[in-house]
Design a protein around this ligand. Structure first.
Ligand code: GDD
Ligand code: MN
Length: 234
């Protein structure tokens, strides 16, 4: 089994080295041919320089540095076509997503799912971040399920895994560049008749640095919901 874990970074200096180390352990423990692809948008804190150093000892790590900050969705759209493995995983750099939970995703892909979304809202899942960050998603997720029939309980979750052959068929260019990319991808997989499933994850407050998901991203997700509902496209 081979997998690429794509990690978008913007100012993750204090997280990225440890994340790479923990991922390598997870790959080893699970006898997985794992690769790590970091997509950095020229973080002013020097994240890319740390990854360059790491690359000397970690030959399975690749780094792409983009000229400017273009959003998490844009980073994934850029990265996906370059992944050469059977499976592709999305993971935040800040330890909100536990790398040790990766095998759950891979097991589910092995069972035939094309997209596996990590959910903070199913049995066994947890959300350990502040209250104000938890209320809006409850409403948002409910709407995505009721109005669009989304088959998952955590629409915006950024911890997920794809079957590369299914991912390759999705036309990425029209999809959003911001955080609403995540919901748009679920829609694309649904529309393509793909098997979409979920696994529980425990989501923690980031260990270092600052979160980027902001109020405008909430609005972006509402706007996407409306576009999908009324026009059927992202
Ligand atoms: N390259 C790049 N460019 N990376 C970015 C950008 C960008 O413009 N913006 C954010 N990232 C990276 C961060 O460095 C991190 O690794 C990951 O994308 C997620 O960003 P966070 O800043 O940690 O997001 P958050 O904690 O506010 O939001 C969380 O909740 C959202 C809503 O449920 C994340 O888990 C999101 O993935 C999720 O959609
Ligand atoms: Mn985060």
């Amino acid at each position: 089994m081979n997998v690429t874990v794509v990690v978008p970074t913007y100012n993750e200096r204090d997280n990225i080295a440890r994340l790479v180390n923990v991922l390598q352990e997870v790959f080893r423990e699970n006898r997985t041919d794992g690769r790590i692809m970091v997509v950095d948008d020229s973080s002013p804190d020097g994240t890319a320089q740390i990854v360059r150093e790491l690359r000397k000892k970690n030959t399975n790590v690749t780094l792409y540095v983009r000229a400017e900050r273009r959003g998490i969705g844009a980073a994934y759209k850029f990265a996906f076509p370059m992944c050469k493995t059977q499976y592709v995983v999305e993971m935040d750099a800040d330890f909100s997503h536990d790398p040790r939970e990766l095998p759950r995703f891979l097991d589910k892909l092995e069972k035939g799912y094309d997209l596996v979304v990590g959910s903070r809202y199913v049995k066994g899942g947890a959300r350990l971040d502040p209250f104000y960050r938890r209320v809006f998603p409850v409403v948002g997720n409910w709407l995505y399920r009721k109005l669009l029939g989304f088959p998952v309980t955590d629409t915006t979750s950024g911890y997920r895994a794809f079957r590369a052959s299914a991912l390759a068929k999705i036309k990425l260019s029209r999809l959003p560049n911001d955080f609403s990319f995540q919901s748009a991808m679920i829609y694309e997989f649904m529309r393509a008749g793909r098997r979409v499933g979920e696994v529980p994850i425990s989501f923690r407050k980031r260990e270092a640095g600052t979160p980027k998901y902001a109020f405008k991203d909430l609005l972006g997700n509402i706007a996407l919901l409306l576009r999908l509902f009324f026009f059927g496209r992202a």
